[in-house]
Design a protein around this ligand. Structure first.
Ligand SMILES: C[S@@+](CC[C@H](N)C(=O)[O-])C[C@H]1O[C@@H](n2cnc3c(N)ncnc32)[C@H](O)[C@@H]1O
Length: 224
C-alpha cells in the first residue's frame, strides 16, 4: 500500500466509527453472511479459525470473532489497528481476536502461526488492492480444505465513482468491483462453487449533498 494511502487511513482511524454509513455497511455485510452461512449464525463454528484482511477498526471483526475460535485481523494502517486493539477488552469473554499491522501477502506469514484458516473475509477492501489476483491467491492458499473465502465490496457501475469524493480518488485502485472479474479470479485461485451475487444496497451521501444507493456484491468460494 502506498504511504499516502496508509497515512489517509491512519488519520481517519480515530473518527472511522463515527460515520454511520460505514458502521451500517459492516452490519449489512454481517447480516448477508449470517443469511448464507447459518452455521456461523447459530454458533456451530466455535471451533473454527478465521482471518480478515483490510479489517480497519474491526467493524465487521467484532461481530464475527465471537462466533469463531480464533480471529486474525490484518490491516496495513497502524491507526486502524490501534483503534481495533482498543476494542479487544470489551469483546465477549472467550473471544480470541488478534490484530496485525500487516499486508497479508504470503500464506506462510508467521502471524498465521503455521496453521490454515476455515474462513477468510474482507469488506470494502478489494477496491484498494492493486493486484487483486495475488491477494485472492494468497487468501485461497491460507484456507484449510473445506474453508470459505467470503468477500464484499461495492459494485462497479457507470456512477460508482461517486462512492468516494473526488479528493479521495487518487487513493483508490478502482471505483468498485466487477462481479465477473472477481468470479474469474476466485476460480483461477482454485476455489470451487464460486458465487458472486448482490447482497445489499447501501444509501450514502455523495458530493453535492444528494443520496445514492450503492449495490454491494458478496463473493464466496470454497477450497476443496
Ligand atoms: C475502506 S477501509 C475498510 C475498513 C473496514 N473493512 C470497514 O469496512 O470499516 C479499507 C481498509 O483496507 C486497508 N487497505 C488498504 N490497502 C490495502 C491492501 N492493499 N490490502 C489490504 N488492506 C488494505 C486500509 O488500511 C483500510 O483499513
Amino acid at each position: 500500500m502506498p504511504d499516502k494511502t496508509a497515512s489517509r487511513f491512519d488519520s481517519e482511524a480515530a473518527t472511522w466509527d463515527s460515520n454511520p454509513t460505514t458502521v451500517r455497511s459492516s452490519a449489512l455485510f454481517f447480516d448477508a453472511i449470517k443469511a448464507r452461512f447459518p452455521q456461523l449464525a447459530r454458533g456451530a463454528e466455535k471451533k473454527k479459525r478465521a482471518l480478515e484482511i483490510g479489517c480497519g477498526t474491526g467493524l465487521l471483526s467484532v461481530h464475527l470473532a465471537p462466533l469463531l475460535d480464533e480471529y486474525l485481523c490484518f490491516d496495513p494502517s497502524q491507526g486502524m489497528i490501534d483503534v481495533l486493539e482498543s476494542k479487544i477488552p470489551s469483546l465477549p469473554s472467550g473471544t480470541h481476536l488478534k490484530a496485525f499491522k500487516e499486508l497479508l501477502t504470503e500464506p506462510d506469514s508467521p502471524s498465521l502461526g503455521g496453521k490454515g484458516v476455515d474462513y477468510a473475509f474482507s469488506h470494502l477492501t478489494l477496491h484498494h488492492i492493486p493486484d487483486m489476483q495475488s491477494s485472492i491467491d494468497c487468501l485461497a492458499a491460507t484456507l484449510n480444505p473445506g474453508g470459505f473465502l467470503i468477500m464484499s465490496d461495492f459494485e462497479h457501475s457507470p456512477t460508482s465513482e461517486l462512492f468516494h469524493p473526488k479528493h479521495k480518488h487518487h487513493d483508490v485502485e478502482r471505483h468498485g468491483v466487477v462481479g465477473d472479474e472477481i468470479r474469474g479470479m476466485m476460480e483461477k485461485a482454485g476455489l470451487k462453487g464460486v458465487k458472486v451475487e448482490h447482497s445489499f444496497d447501501l444509501p450514502k451521501s455523495v458530493e453535492g449533498g444528494s443520496e445514492r444507493d450503492f449495490a454491494f456484491l458478496i463473493c464466496m468460494g470454497r477450497k476443496q
